[in-house]
Design a binder for this molecule. Structure first.
Ligand code: ADP
Ligand code: MG
Length: 300
Protein backbone atom coordinates (compact mmCIF):
# COMPACT_ATOMS: atom_id res chain seq x y z
CA UNK A 1 0.00 0.00 0.00
CA UNK A 2 2.65 2.42 1.05
CA UNK A 3 5.27 3.71 -1.34
CA UNK A 4 8.82 2.44 -0.90
CA UNK A 5 11.11 4.85 0.94
CA UNK A 6 11.76 8.04 -0.98
CA UNK A 7 15.39 9.08 -1.40
CA UNK A 8 16.47 11.93 0.82
CA UNK A 9 18.77 14.78 0.02
CA UNK A 10 21.38 13.64 2.53
CA UNK A 11 22.51 14.88 5.93
CA UNK A 12 19.93 12.59 7.50
CA UNK A 13 20.80 11.80 11.07
CA UNK A 14 17.53 10.90 12.73
CA UNK A 15 16.51 7.30 12.21
CA UNK A 16 13.51 6.90 9.93
CA UNK A 17 10.40 5.41 11.45
CA UNK A 18 9.29 2.17 9.85
CA UNK A 19 5.92 0.47 9.79
CA UNK A 20 5.23 -3.24 10.27
CA UNK A 21 6.10 -4.19 6.70
CA UNK A 22 9.42 -2.40 7.05
CA UNK A 23 8.52 0.52 4.81
CA UNK A 24 9.50 3.99 5.92
CA UNK A 25 6.48 5.77 7.34
CA UNK A 26 6.05 8.98 5.40
CA UNK A 27 5.82 11.70 8.01
CA UNK A 28 4.51 15.00 6.74
CA UNK A 29 4.17 18.31 8.54
CA UNK A 30 1.79 21.04 7.42
CA UNK A 31 3.02 24.40 8.62
CA UNK A 32 1.69 27.91 8.06
CA UNK A 33 0.29 31.02 9.64
CA UNK A 34 -2.74 30.61 11.95
CA UNK A 35 -6.05 30.58 10.07
CA UNK A 36 -4.42 30.06 6.67
CA UNK A 37 -6.08 26.68 6.04
CA UNK A 38 -3.63 24.07 7.36
CA UNK A 39 -6.23 21.93 9.11
CA UNK A 40 -8.71 22.11 6.26
CA UNK A 41 -6.04 21.10 3.77
CA UNK A 42 -4.54 18.42 6.04
CA UNK A 43 -7.91 16.78 6.77
CA UNK A 44 -8.86 16.75 3.09
CA UNK A 45 -5.49 15.29 2.11
CA UNK A 46 -5.83 12.64 4.84
CA UNK A 47 -9.31 11.75 3.57
CA UNK A 48 -8.08 11.57 -0.02
CA UNK A 49 -5.05 9.44 0.94
CA UNK A 50 -7.37 7.07 2.83
CA UNK A 51 -9.59 6.79 -0.24
CA UNK A 52 -6.48 5.82 -2.22
CA UNK A 53 -6.04 2.92 0.23
CA UNK A 54 -3.34 4.33 2.49
CA UNK A 55 -3.38 4.02 6.27
CA UNK A 56 -3.25 7.57 7.60
CA UNK A 57 -2.73 9.15 10.99
CA UNK A 58 -3.35 12.88 11.49
CA UNK A 59 -1.89 14.58 14.56
CA UNK A 60 -3.21 18.07 15.32
CA UNK A 61 -0.46 20.11 16.98
CA UNK A 62 -2.38 23.30 17.65
CA UNK A 63 -3.90 24.33 21.01
CA UNK A 64 -7.05 25.10 18.96
CA UNK A 65 -7.39 21.25 18.72
CA UNK A 66 -9.72 21.38 15.71
CA UNK A 67 -7.38 19.75 13.21
CA UNK A 68 -9.27 16.48 12.83
CA UNK A 69 -12.83 17.65 13.54
CA UNK A 70 -14.02 17.31 9.96
CA UNK A 71 -12.80 13.71 9.91
CA UNK A 72 -14.91 12.75 12.95
CA UNK A 73 -18.26 14.38 12.13
CA UNK A 74 -17.48 17.65 13.86
CA UNK A 75 -16.70 16.10 17.27
CA UNK A 76 -14.19 17.68 19.61
CA UNK A 77 -11.79 14.90 20.55
CA UNK A 78 -10.19 14.66 24.00
CA UNK A 79 -6.65 15.96 23.64
CA UNK A 80 -3.50 14.06 24.58
CA UNK A 81 -2.49 16.82 27.01
CA UNK A 82 -5.92 16.74 28.70
CA UNK A 83 -5.72 12.97 29.08
CA UNK A 84 -2.14 13.32 30.43
CA UNK A 85 -3.36 15.85 33.00
CA UNK A 86 -6.12 13.47 34.16
CA UNK A 87 -4.28 10.16 34.07
CA UNK A 88 -0.82 8.88 35.02
CA UNK A 89 1.18 8.03 31.92
CA UNK A 90 1.36 4.23 32.41
CA UNK A 91 -2.44 4.03 32.64
CA UNK A 92 -3.09 5.91 29.40
CA UNK A 93 -4.27 3.68 26.59
CA UNK A 94 -4.03 4.38 22.90
CA UNK A 95 -7.84 4.23 22.74
CA UNK A 96 -8.00 7.25 25.04
CA UNK A 97 -6.23 9.50 22.54
CA UNK A 98 -6.58 7.96 19.05
CA UNK A 99 -9.93 7.85 17.27
CA UNK A 100 -10.84 6.36 13.91
CA UNK A 101 -12.44 8.87 11.56
CA UNK A 102 -13.48 8.94 7.90
CA UNK A 103 -12.22 5.87 6.02
CA UNK A 104 -10.28 4.81 9.12
CA UNK A 105 -8.02 7.87 9.36
CA UNK A 106 -6.57 7.77 12.90
CA UNK A 107 -7.22 11.17 14.49
CA UNK A 108 -5.20 12.60 17.39
CA UNK A 109 -5.16 16.06 18.95
CA UNK A 110 -2.21 17.16 21.07
CA UNK A 111 -4.11 20.10 22.57
CA UNK A 112 -2.46 22.88 24.52
CA UNK A 113 -1.93 24.47 27.90
CA UNK A 114 -4.48 26.62 29.69
CA UNK A 115 -4.37 30.02 27.97
CA UNK A 116 -1.71 32.16 29.61
CA UNK A 117 -0.08 29.26 31.44
CA UNK A 118 2.74 27.11 30.12
CA UNK A 119 4.26 26.60 26.72
CA UNK A 120 2.18 25.08 23.92
CA UNK A 121 5.23 23.89 22.10
CA UNK A 122 6.54 21.91 25.03
CA UNK A 123 3.25 20.04 25.04
CA UNK A 124 3.92 18.76 21.54
CA UNK A 125 7.20 17.26 22.72
CA UNK A 126 5.53 15.54 25.70
CA UNK A 127 2.63 14.29 23.58
CA UNK A 128 4.78 12.82 20.82
CA UNK A 129 7.06 11.19 23.38
CA UNK A 130 4.01 9.61 24.98
CA UNK A 131 2.87 8.28 21.60
CA UNK A 132 6.34 6.78 21.10
CA UNK A 133 6.29 5.18 24.57
CA UNK A 134 2.84 3.69 23.92
CA UNK A 135 4.08 2.23 20.64
CA UNK A 136 1.39 4.19 18.81
CA UNK A 137 3.25 4.18 15.51
CA UNK A 138 3.77 0.42 15.40
CA UNK A 139 0.30 -0.37 16.73
CA UNK A 140 -1.58 1.94 14.39
CA UNK A 141 0.87 1.06 11.61
CA UNK A 142 0.29 4.07 9.37
CA UNK A 143 1.79 4.59 5.93
CA UNK A 144 1.41 8.34 6.32
CA UNK A 145 1.47 10.55 9.40
CA UNK A 146 0.42 14.18 8.98
CA UNK A 147 1.38 16.63 11.71
CA UNK A 148 -0.75 19.77 11.46
CA UNK A 149 1.31 22.41 13.25
CA UNK A 150 0.44 25.93 14.32
CA UNK A 151 2.51 28.89 13.50
CA UNK A 152 5.55 30.31 11.88
CA UNK A 153 8.26 28.69 14.03
CA UNK A 154 9.03 31.64 16.24
CA UNK A 155 8.85 29.32 19.26
CA UNK A 156 11.10 26.28 19.60
CA UNK A 157 8.43 23.85 20.76
CA UNK A 158 6.32 24.19 17.65
CA UNK A 159 9.46 23.48 15.64
CA UNK A 160 9.75 20.13 17.39
CA UNK A 161 8.46 17.96 14.55
CA UNK A 162 11.07 19.67 12.37
CA UNK A 163 13.94 19.70 14.83
CA UNK A 164 13.68 16.07 15.85
CA UNK A 165 13.28 15.02 12.25
CA UNK A 166 9.88 13.41 12.85
CA UNK A 167 8.41 15.11 9.84
CA UNK A 168 10.85 14.50 7.01
CA UNK A 169 8.57 16.29 4.57
CA UNK A 170 7.32 19.75 5.38
CA UNK A 171 4.60 21.37 3.32
CA UNK A 172 3.95 25.05 3.84
CA UNK A 173 0.43 26.37 3.36
CA UNK A 174 0.30 30.02 2.31
CA UNK A 175 -1.86 32.55 0.52
CA UNK A 176 -0.46 35.38 -1.58
CA UNK A 177 -0.78 37.82 1.32
CA UNK A 178 2.44 39.32 2.59
CA UNK A 179 1.93 38.19 6.20
CA UNK A 180 1.29 34.58 5.15
CA UNK A 181 4.39 34.63 2.94
CA UNK A 182 6.36 36.20 5.77
CA UNK A 183 5.36 33.28 8.02
CA UNK A 184 6.17 30.80 5.24
CA UNK A 185 9.60 32.37 4.84
CA UNK A 186 10.22 32.06 8.60
CA UNK A 187 9.33 28.38 8.46
CA UNK A 188 11.92 28.05 5.69
CA UNK A 189 14.49 29.60 8.02
CA UNK A 190 13.59 26.98 10.64
CA UNK A 191 13.92 24.12 8.16
CA UNK A 192 17.28 25.44 6.98
CA UNK A 193 18.53 25.83 10.53
CA UNK A 194 17.67 22.22 11.46
CA UNK A 195 18.71 20.69 8.14
CA UNK A 196 22.16 19.71 9.38
CA UNK A 197 20.98 17.62 12.29
CA UNK A 198 17.58 16.37 11.15
CA UNK A 199 16.07 14.73 8.06
CA UNK A 200 13.55 17.52 7.70
CA UNK A 201 13.27 19.00 4.20
CA UNK A 202 10.90 21.36 2.48
CA UNK A 203 8.72 19.23 0.23
CA UNK A 204 6.57 21.93 -1.34
CA UNK A 205 4.35 24.97 -1.08
CA UNK A 206 0.57 24.65 -1.05
CA UNK A 207 -1.27 27.79 -2.12
CA UNK A 208 -4.58 28.34 -0.34
CA UNK A 209 -6.48 31.23 -1.87
CA UNK A 210 -7.59 34.46 -0.26
CA UNK A 211 -8.75 36.13 -3.46
CA UNK A 212 -5.60 38.21 -3.72
CA UNK A 213 -4.92 39.63 -7.19
CA UNK A 214 -2.46 37.45 -9.11
CA UNK A 215 -2.30 35.13 -6.11
CA UNK A 216 -1.34 31.89 -7.84
CA UNK A 217 1.54 33.67 -9.59
CA UNK A 218 2.74 35.25 -6.32
CA UNK A 219 2.76 31.93 -4.49
CA UNK A 220 4.38 30.19 -7.46
CA UNK A 221 7.12 32.81 -7.63
CA UNK A 222 7.75 32.54 -3.92
CA UNK A 223 8.04 28.75 -4.24
CA UNK A 224 10.68 28.96 -6.96
CA UNK A 225 12.52 31.82 -5.22
CA UNK A 226 13.14 29.64 -2.14
CA UNK A 227 14.15 26.67 -4.33
CA UNK A 228 10.95 24.67 -3.96
CA UNK A 229 7.83 24.16 -6.06
CA UNK A 230 4.10 24.86 -5.93
CA UNK A 231 2.36 21.55 -5.20
CA UNK A 232 -1.12 22.91 -5.80
CA UNK A 233 -3.10 26.10 -5.77
CA UNK A 234 -6.44 25.72 -3.96
CA UNK A 235 -8.82 28.61 -4.63
CA UNK A 236 -11.17 29.94 -2.01
CA UNK A 237 -14.40 28.01 -2.41
CA UNK A 238 -17.67 28.18 -0.44
CA UNK A 239 -17.95 24.39 -0.48
CA UNK A 240 -15.21 24.35 2.19
CA UNK A 241 -17.44 26.29 4.59
CA UNK A 242 -20.60 24.29 3.81
CA UNK A 243 -18.75 20.99 4.34
CA UNK A 244 -17.30 22.28 7.60
CA UNK A 245 -20.82 23.13 8.81
CA UNK A 246 -21.65 19.43 8.39
CA UNK A 247 -18.48 18.46 10.26
CA UNK A 248 -17.03 16.86 7.14
CA UNK A 249 -14.18 17.29 4.71
CA UNK A 250 -14.99 18.44 1.18
CA UNK A 251 -13.79 15.06 -0.05
CA UNK A 252 -16.53 13.38 2.02
CA UNK A 253 -19.33 15.94 1.82
CA UNK A 254 -19.01 17.10 -1.78
CA UNK A 255 -17.08 14.27 -3.47
CA UNK A 256 -17.98 15.42 -6.99
CA UNK A 257 -17.07 19.10 -6.51
CA UNK A 258 -14.09 20.68 -8.29
CA UNK A 259 -12.57 21.45 -4.86
CA UNK A 260 -12.70 17.76 -3.84
CA UNK A 261 -10.93 16.93 -7.12
CA UNK A 262 -8.21 19.46 -6.23
CA UNK A 263 -7.64 17.89 -2.80
CA UNK A 264 -7.44 14.45 -4.40
CA UNK A 265 -4.94 15.68 -6.98
CA UNK A 266 -2.87 17.24 -4.19
CA UNK A 267 -2.89 13.91 -2.32
CA UNK A 268 -1.71 12.10 -5.48
CA UNK A 269 1.06 14.65 -5.98
CA UNK A 270 2.17 14.20 -2.37
CA UNK A 271 2.33 10.43 -2.84
CA UNK A 272 4.52 10.90 -5.94
CA UNK A 273 6.58 13.81 -4.61
CA UNK A 274 10.33 13.34 -4.26
CA UNK A 275 11.47 16.96 -4.45
CA UNK A 276 12.70 17.53 -0.92
CA UNK A 277 15.05 20.49 -0.53
CA UNK A 278 16.80 22.70 1.99
CA UNK A 279 15.12 26.03 1.22
CA UNK A 280 16.90 29.33 0.71
CA UNK A 281 14.80 31.93 2.57
CA UNK A 282 14.25 35.38 1.05
CA UNK A 283 14.94 38.79 2.57
CA UNK A 284 12.02 40.89 3.78
CA UNK A 285 12.40 43.59 1.08
CA UNK A 286 12.63 40.87 -1.50
CA UNK A 287 9.32 39.40 -0.29
CA UNK A 288 7.60 42.77 -0.47
CA UNK A 289 8.79 43.45 -4.01
CA UNK A 290 7.83 39.93 -5.10
CA UNK A 291 4.24 40.55 -3.95
CA UNK A 292 4.16 44.03 -5.52
CA UNK A 293 5.55 42.85 -8.85
CA UNK A 294 3.14 39.93 -9.18
CA UNK A 295 0.06 41.98 -8.25
CA UNK A 296 1.08 44.74 -10.66
CA UNK A 297 1.44 42.12 -13.41
CA UNK A 298 -2.03 40.73 -12.56
CA UNK A 299 -3.54 44.20 -12.69
CA UNK A 300 -2.08 44.50 -16.20
P1 ADP B 1 -5.60 26.79 10.18
O1 ADP B 1 -5.66 25.34 10.49
O2 ADP B 1 -4.42 27.16 9.34
O3 ADP B 1 -5.70 27.65 11.39
P2 ADP B 1 -8.23 26.33 9.03
O4 ADP B 1 -7.98 25.14 8.18
O5 ADP B 1 -8.91 26.11 10.32
O6 ADP B 1 -6.87 27.14 9.26
O7 ADP B 1 -9.04 27.37 8.12
C1 ADP B 1 -9.50 28.60 8.63
C2 ADP B 1 -10.86 28.90 8.01
O8 ADP B 1 -10.71 29.13 6.62
C3 ADP B 1 -11.84 27.77 8.18
O9 ADP B 1 -13.09 28.27 8.63
C4 ADP B 1 -11.97 27.16 6.80
O10 ADP B 1 -13.27 26.72 6.55
C5 ADP B 1 -11.61 28.32 5.89
N1 ADP B 1 -10.93 27.85 4.66
C6 ADP B 1 -9.75 27.21 4.56
N2 ADP B 1 -9.42 26.95 3.28
C7 ADP B 1 -10.43 27.45 2.52
C8 ADP B 1 -10.70 27.50 1.11
N3 ADP B 1 -9.84 27.00 0.19
N4 ADP B 1 -11.87 28.07 0.69
C9 ADP B 1 -12.74 28.59 1.59
N5 ADP B 1 -12.54 28.58 2.91
C10 ADP B 1 -11.40 28.02 3.40
MG1 MG C 1 -5.73 24.43 12.36
Amino acid sequence: MTQPPAPHAGGAQTAARRNREGYTIRQLAFYGKGGIGKSTTAANVSAALAELGHRVMQVGCDPKHDSTRNLVNGRWLPTILDVMRRTDAPAIRLDDVAFAGYRGVMCLEVGGPEPGIGCGGRGIIAAIELLEDMGAFTQLDPGFVIYDVLGDVVCGGFAMPLREGYAEETYIVTSGELMALYAANNICRGIKRFSGRSRTRLAGIIGNGRRVQGEEAVVGEFASRIGSHLMMYLPQDDVVRSSELKGQTVVQHAPDSPQAARYRLLAERIVANQRFVVPEPAGLEELVSLVERASAAAAG
